[in-house]
Design a protein around this ligand. Structure first.
Ligand code: SF4
Length: 315
C-alpha cells in the first residue's frame, strides 16, 4: 500500500487504519520532539500531493472486504491538513463507508483558514495539538513556518470549535523546563476554557525526539499539571499491551527485530530496507519500545534502534 498503513494498534484510537496524505516530513512546524526527525519541507501551501483518484482506489481496494476497524485516521509523518483534498476524501469515506469513524491528527496550525475548517467539519474526532500559547515558547517548541501567526492559530481553533459538531480532543506535549511552568500551563488552560474540548490529553517524551535537549517530565510532574487542568488525562500506554500486541502483531514486528538484530538502524534505514511506510514502522517501534524489547540511542545521523541485550540471541 502506498498511502495507507496498518491497521495498527493505536494508543488512543484502538485499531486504526492510517492514511498519509503528505510526503514524509512535509509540515507547517518542525517540532523539537517530532519522532520523525527534522521537517524537510516546511510549508503552508496546500496542495494535492498525491492524486485523489489513486488514494480512493487504494482505499476502496482495502475497505471492500469490510475490515474490522475502530477508526480511519488521517495522520502520518507530516501535517495532513496541508493536503487540499483531505475534505473531499473525508466526505467520500462518510458516504461510502459510514460504518467507520474518522479521526484527524493535526497540529491545528491551518485552522485559521475557513476552507480547512470546512474540510475537517465532517470528521468524528479532530485532535489538534497545543504546546504553548506564549510566542517565545511556541517558537521554541514548534518552530513554525515564518508566515504562521500564533494569534491567528488560536483564533482558528476557537472558530473551529464553534462550528465543529464532532469531538475535539486537545493534545499538549510537555517538555521539562520549557512549557511545564505554572505560568505556561495556566495560559494554556485559559484557552482550553474557551475551547471546551471533549478530551485533554497530556503527553511527554517517551523516546528521543529530534533535538537532544528535549527532556521528559516525570509522572509526578505530569500529575501536578493534570491537577491544574481539571478533566485532563495523561495519555496512557496500552492497558494490556502484551495481549494487544499478540492480537495485532503481524510479521512487521519480526521484520523490524530481525533487521536491527544485525545492526542498529534509524527509522529511515528500516523504511528503505523493509519498504514499509515510516508511519507504520513508528507504531510497531513504539510497541517494541513499550515492551522493552528494543532500545534507542542517539547518534549523529539520528535516532537508532537496537535490540535490548537480553533479547539479542532470539532474532
Ligand atoms: S506537527 Fe507533527 S509532524 Fe509536524 S513537526 Fe510537529 S510532531 Fe512532527
Amino acid at each position: 500500500m502506498k498511502y495507507l498503513f496498518g491497521p495498527v494498534p493505536s494508543r488512543r484510537l484502538g485499531i486504526s487504519l492510517g492514511i498519509d496524505l503528505v510526503p514524509f516530513k512535509t509540515c507547517t512546524y518542525d517540532c523539537v520532539y517530532c519522532e520523525c526527525g527534522k521537517t524537510t519541507n516546511k510549508t503552508i501551501r496546500r496542495k494535492e500531493f498525491f492524486p485523489y483518484r489513486n488514494l480512493i482506489r487504494e482505499l476502496n481496494s482495502f475497505l471492500k472486504v469490510k475490515p474490522k476497524l475502530d477508526y480511519i485516521t488521517f495522520s502520518g509523518s507530516g501535517e495532513p491538513t496541508l493536503s487540499s483534498i483531505i475534505g473531499k476524501i473525508i466526505v467520500y469515506l462518510k458516504m461510502k463507508y459510514p460504518q467507520y469513524k474518522i479521526a484527524v491528527l493535526t497540529n491545528g496550525s491551518l485552522l485559521y483558514r475557513e476552507q480547512v475548517r470546512k474540510d475537517l467539519a465532517q470528521a468524528d474526532i479532530v485532535i489538534p495539538s497545543i504546546d504553548s500559547v506564549t510566542l517565545k515558547t511556541f517558537k521554541k517548541i514548534n518552530k513554525p513556518h515564518s508566515k504562521l501567526n500564533l494569534k491567528k492559530i488560536i483564533d482558528g481553533l476557537i472558530e473551529f470549535r464553534k462550528m465543529f459538531k464532532g469531538q475535539l480532543w486537545i493534545e499538549i506535549f510537555i517538555i521539562k523546563g520549557i512549557n511545564d511552568s505554572r505560568k505556561e500551563i495556566l495560559k494554556i488552560k485559559e484557552l482550553l476554557d474557551k475551547l471546551k474540548p471533549e478530551k485533554i490529553q497530556l503527553n511527554t517524551l517517551d523516546r528521543p525526539g529530534t533535538e537532544a535537549w528535549v527532556k521528559q517530565v516525570s509522572k509526578k510532574e505530569l500529575l501536578k499539571i493534570k491537577k491544574m487542568i481539571p478533566g485532563s488525562e495523561i495519555i496512557a500506554k496500552f492497558k494490556d499491551k502484551d495481549k494487544y500486541f499478540r492480537e495485532h502483531s503481524t510479521s512487521i514486528d519480526k521484520l523490524i527485530l530481525s533487521a536491527i538484530s544485525r545492526r542498529p538502524m534509524t527509522i529511515k534505514d528500516l523504511n528503505i530496507i523493509l519498504n514499509i511506510k515510516i508511519a507504520e514502522l513508528q507504531k510497531y517501534i513504539r510497541i517494541l519500545l513499550d515492551q522493552k524489547r528494543i532500545v534507542t540511542k542517539k547518534e549523529k545521523r539520528g535516532i537508532f534502534f537496537e535490540i535490548r541485550r537480553q533479547y539479542n540471541r532470539k532474532y
